[in-house]
Design a binder for this molecule. Structure first.
Ligand code: AMP
Ligand code: TRP
Length: 344
């Protein structure tokens, strides 16, 4: 077996997926259902899949170096425990393939200030203190475009919040092709925005996203929660006074009910309407018991696998460095052509 990787010049792939997650701390059920589970499902479909732990993006906000290293390994373990097969998908960390930073710089020179200033995530993240934000946080979407365009990725699964960044990637690709008279050289990627159960909401407030940064522990299921913690959190999850509805349309003003039914459906890989039929007219207490058992059944094997994997750092490091080797084969070829086009 060689490590040969298909590229547009030597292969005949038609669909290549690229996505990234930042290694910035504890992982939740929202990360699993909204990102990792989907990524792994795509590996088993008709795509070539490349997944990146975006540590260069992480340092746009200061990270403790030891913590960054641990979080990177933890995220790699999370990918593998969720079913990512390193023989099938490429898994690597961004800083190990220097072409990302190199192309990120080039794209800083392609992207326009006016485009960057419109990015809502920067405004949200920098908040009132924008003067004190890093320049990297402002340039973040240009680096994200580099991640994607280095690999000629055709499809990029991301959450709704990243849609604007993907549009910017398309703009950068088009402007580069135009500025350097190289039609079709960079491939504007198609976003794959998950519609079903795209946002897993807080267990305490159905209008707020489940997030690792929520001050309330009861608002989220962490992937390293014990079974007892999971049971307790689901038991205490906010609900409303009505029994469960018999029709999807009746969920309109019941965000907590919708979220819990959505989590159930997503974990079982079934439609929301099937779950609704299953529980129509039941009390929350019956449903919550089933849901809690399901979450434990699905999450516990992942968290124990993460813990097992984390005991073997050499294994994780080897998966990442093998992945970086394969990613480099594609990235170095592309950057060579980019440099030629630019006149370096
Ligand atoms: P973050 O933890 O916000 O950096 O997000 C990492 C990945 O997990 C991104 O692809 C997010 O879209 C996804 N994600 C995070 N929280 C949720 C959530 N509550 N529901 C769905 N997806 C989420
Ligand atoms: N910005 C993405 C997020 O915060 C992470 C990311 C970085 C990414 N590079 C990417 C996602 C390339 C998709 C493709 O979720």
């Amino acid at each position: 077996m060689t490590d040969a990787v298909q590229t547009p010049s030597n292969g005949d792939f038609t669909k290549r997926v690229f996505s990234g997650v930042q290694p910035t701390g504890a992982l939740t059920l929202g990360n699993y259902l909204g990102a990792l589970k989907r990524f792994v499902d795509m590996q088993n479909e008709d795509y070539e899949t490349i997944y990146c732990i975006v540590d260069l993006h992480a340092i746009t906000v200061w990270q403790d170096p030891e913590q960054l290293k641990n979080n990177t390994r933890q995220l790699a373990a999370f990918y593998i425990a969720s079913g990512l097969n390193p023989e099938k998908s490429i898994l690597f960390n961004q800083s190990a393939v220097s072409e990302h930073a190199e192309l990120g710089w080039i794209f800083n020179c392609v992207a326009r200030m006016g485009w960057m200033k419109r990015m809502t995530q920067f405004k949200d993240k920098a908040g009132k203190n924008a003067e004190n934000a890093s320049l990297g946080l402002f340039g973040y979407p240009a680096l994200m475009a580099a991640d994607i365009l280095l690999y000629d990725a055709t499809h990029v699964p991301v959450g709704e919040d990243q849609k604007q960044h993907l549009e910017l990637s398309r703009d950068i690709a088009n402007k580069f092709n135009l500025d350097f008279n190289s039609p079709d050289f960079l491939v504007p990627p198609e976003p794959l925005i998950q519609k079903k159960f795209a946002r897993i909401m807080s267990l305490k407030d159905g209008m707020k996203k489940m997030s690792k940064s929520d001050p309330s522990e009861l608002s989220r299921i962490n992937l390293n929660d014990s079974s007892d913690q999971i049971l307790n959190k689901i038991k205490k999850a906010k609900t409303d006074a009505e029994p469960l509805p018999d029709d999807e349309s009746k969920l309109a003003n019941r965000p907590e009910a919708e979220n819990l039914l959505g989590i159930y459906s997503s974990l079982c890989d079934q439609t929301l309407s099937k779950t609704i039929n299953e529980f129509a007219g039941k009390n929350f207490s019956d449903f919550k018991e089933k849901l809690a058992n399901l979450v434990v059944d699905k999450i516990s094997p992942i968290s124990s696998e993460i813990n097992k994997l984390l005991k073997d750092e050499n294994f994780i490091d080897k998966v990442l460095s093998d992945g970086a080797g394969k990613a480099s084969q594609i990235a170095s070829e592309k950057i060579k052509n980019i440099k030629k086009i630019i006149g370096f």
